[in-house]
Design a protein around this ligand. Structure first.
Ligand code: SF4
Length: 332
């Protein structure tokens, strides 16, 4: 069967603007999109640039947008794509500058991974002057039963965060990064959670959680769930991020607006069963935050959405109190 591949092309040395170039190929059983690209490069057009390496969904190099979704080209078969879309349309990943054709600039992504200190902290990393940086002694090595029980491994029952291959598919699909280029993104935050849960890590003072609670980090996730939906390794970064929120609040690391917001919402519902929007805005951003929210509040007021000054208790308040008791939320 013949099929059409439409590929994003841009070489800043020669092109004023990006364009799409069409190629017609003949498929073979089990042909992947990466096979198609290699075929184009070796047989038709040697100028096409794209990353690839292992061809086994292990290295993460060949991530790109295939018919609008960030995927690994080596793991995506041609036939199902043609059946669904009638064409293979290929674009570079989103949320990253384009260097040339399908090759994106990865430096920003890896700088963000570095920010979360993606290694086990030795005692010297946390201020103790012991020369044991990274090198784990025999007794400190993780045992298999401990590893298999580890929280960070079991969020989706799929080995989870240790399986990340840093392919950037989640980063490309992330609504948080799309809206804020400084946001750390799902892969880095999943790694932050993975190290914060590792029993071998020497960060006993929660410095990872403090670091992760700063602006543009864990509290800036917009919970769009795209990272979970599009990760080719079945990892759920958003579940890691929610776990990070829980850990930060349990450890009283509450200085960020995100933590203050969650605590205030929980308090409001625990007290009245409803959401005291004025109080939540005040608790979250203080007087300045409240003033900044005024235009939005004014707009909502014009549409008849005026929050009550004082909330009434809801009818089933006892059920809420019971739920809070069971969940041990009363004091939080
Ligand atoms: Fe890729 Fe999944 Fe890791 Fe994100 S979490 S970088 S999608 S393997």
């Amino acid at each position: 069967m013949e099929f059409k591949v439409e590929v994003y092309r841009f070489n800043p040395e020669f092109d004023d603007k990006p364009y799409y170039k069409d190629y017609v190929l003949e498929d073979f059983p089990g042909m992947t999109v990466l096979n198609a690209l290699i075929n184009i490069k070796s047989e038709i057009d040697g100028t096409l640039s794209f990353r690839r390496s292992c061809r086994s969904a292990i290295c993460g190099s060949c991530a790109m947008k295939i018919n609008g979704i960030s995927k690994l080209a080596c793991k995506t078969q041609v036939n199902p794509e043609i059946e669904k879309f009638g064409i293979i349309k290929i674009d570079p990943l989103s949320n990253m500058p384009i260097i040339r054709d399908l090759v994106v600039e990865q430096e920003g992504f890896f700088d963000k991974i570095k920010e979360i200190q993606p290694y086990l902290m030795g005692k010297s990393d946390v201020g103790e002057h012991v020369d044991d940086f990274h090198a784990l002694k025999e007794g400190e090595k993780i045992t298999q039963p401990v590893f298999y029980k580890s929280e960070f491994r079991n969020l989706t029952g799929n080995n989870d965060t240790p399986n990340c291959i840093l392919c950037e598919c989640c980063y490309s699909e992330c609504g948080g990064v799309a809206g804020n280029k400084d946001y750390l993104g799902p892969a880095a935050l999943a790694k932050l959670y993975r190290y914060s849960e590792d029993p071998r890590d020497n960060d006993k003072n929660g410095s990872r959680l403090v670091n992760g609670s700063k602006p543009n980090r864990m509290w800036d996730c917009v919970h769009c769930q795209a990272c979970e939906e599009f990760c080719p390794k079945g990892i759920s970064p958003v579940k890691s991020i929610v776990k990070l929120h829980e850990k930060a609040i349990k450890n009283s690391i509450n200085f960020s607006n995100g933590a203050k917001h969650i605590i205030s919402i929980a308090k409001s519902i625990g007290e009245t069963g409803g959401l005291d929007e004025i109080k939540v805005a005040l608790d979250t951003g203080g007087i300045t935050g409240l003033i900044n929210d005024l235009p939005m509040a004014f707009g909502a007021g014009l549409k008849g959405k005026i929050p009550p000054i004082r909330l009434k208790l809801i009818k089933d308040m006892e059920d809420i109190r019971l739920a809070y008791k069971i969940l041990d939320l009363e004091e939080k």
